[in-house]
Design a protein around this ligand. Structure first.
Ligand code: UD1
Length: 338
């Protein structure tokens, strides 16, 4: 079985490629290297012993995309990660986000129709829920108006997929990720943002490594037990495994609807200060951090009701917060060594 992984050299993509290979799938990667390095391909090979085929081009380029599918259309399923994901940048450059995140999806789905490729797993996000009225949030919760163009691209993409599967033979599963963190146990792959990190875990590990002077904690006046926002952090390897389960579900014709959505989280919420405490415990490093003002657009608290994913997909996150922070730290140390 051959799976196309778009954005397969990125953070979540690379971990998913490794899990797909371990499950016996042949993997083809398309990535334009806009937010990663080609060396990740070597790292994947080092972990699995298998070098996936790799094509470097931009999926939002309609001609390049159709040229690719002309040659590579014996594909059993697609996992579509390739997208921009920085919330702040999306506010500055909305058209760049709509062009890339929406354009690439349309190009891929047009080719799926043309070449009768039936299965696509889409990278969605808990951002579609905004601040939910009820916690933990389940898949039936209403989507809230997006707080950023990035968030809006995830909602629009879900709508495009839902409308397309209605009138074609395509089936899709959208996985709504909560907060993916951590790294592979080999420390060969992990989260490596280019430039100054936006997300919490890479900012923590870079601060501990001396690359950043201080971590700013964005607000401690939220309506939560310690005043800092709460998120459902999930180990990237658990998240990667959810993709393998989703792809198998489609290939084995086990889907109950042509478009299904699942929450992919642990079901546990942790505050920013709890994440810092976990990091300090596993790394034995005192982190230099300071409470500053709130970051615009941050929701107060969100964590997943994972019962639908657990029962229907038969998947469950297994790794603890300490395993997440420790693996992120081991990856950072490995980077610094090289
Ligand atoms: C958000 C989206 C998520 C999206 C991700 C992309 C929500 C609920 N989540 O994640 O769907 O995929 O952006 O980047 O909309 N923090 C600090 N200091 C920092 C960095 C972060 O205090 O330097 C805090 C934030 O205020 C937040 C928590 O850490 O409370 C996690 O932040 P981050 O890692 O950026 O992820 P989200 O904003 O939750």
């Amino acid at each position: 079985m051959k799976i196309l992984v778009t954005g397969g050299l990125g953070y979540i993509g690379s971990h998913t490629v490794v899990e797909l290979q371990a499950a016996g799938f042949e993997v083809v990667i398309v990535d334009n290297l806009s937010n990663t390095h080609i060396e990740v391909l070597d790292k994947i090979e080092k972990i699995s012993g298998i070098r996936p085929s790799f094509f470097e081009f931009d999926l939002a380029d309609r001609t390049a995309c159709s040229n690719f599918f002309k040659k590579e259309n014996n594909i059993d399923g697609i996992i579509h990660f390739a997208a921009y994901k920085a919330v702040g940048e999306s506010v500055e450059k909305p058209l760049m986000y709509y062009h890339n995140n929406i354009g690439s999806l349309i190009n891929i789905m047009e080719n799926m129709e043309q070449y009768a490729i039936q299965n696509i797993v889409f990278s969605s996000s808990c951002t579609v829920y905004g601040q939910p009225d009820k916690l933990p949030v389940d898949e039936k919760a209403p989507r809230k108006p997006a707080l950023s163009p990035y968030g809006n691209t995830k909602q629009i993409a879900e709508d495009i997929i839902r409308d397309t599967v209605y009138s074609s033979a395509i089936k899709s599963i959208a996985l709504r990720y909560f907060n993916p963190v951590g790294a592979h146990h080999t420390s060969l792959i992990g989260e490596l943002p280019l430039g100054i990190p936006n997300n919490l875990l890479p900012f923590i590990t870079q601060t501990a490594a001396g690359i950043r002077k201080q971590l700013n904690v964005f607000g401690d006046d939220y309506n939560t037990p310690d005043g800092t926002p709460i998120r459902d952090y999930i180990h990237v390897v658990d998240l990667a495994k959810a993709h393998v389960v989703a792809v198998k579900r489609m290939i084995d014709n086990k889907t109950k609807l042509n478009f299904e959505t699942f929450n992919i989280g642990t079901g546990n919420g942790y505050s920013v200060l709890e994440v810092i405490k976990s990091f300090e415990k596993v790394s034995k490093i005192k982190l230099n951090y300071k409470i500053v003002g709130r970051r615009e657009g941050d929701v107060e608290q969100v964590w997943a009701d994972t019962s639908f994913a657990n029962n229907e997909l038969g998947w469950k996150a297994e790794r603890s917060l300490d395993e997440m922070t420790l693996s992120a730290w081991n990856f950072q140390k490995q980077l610094d060594k090289n």
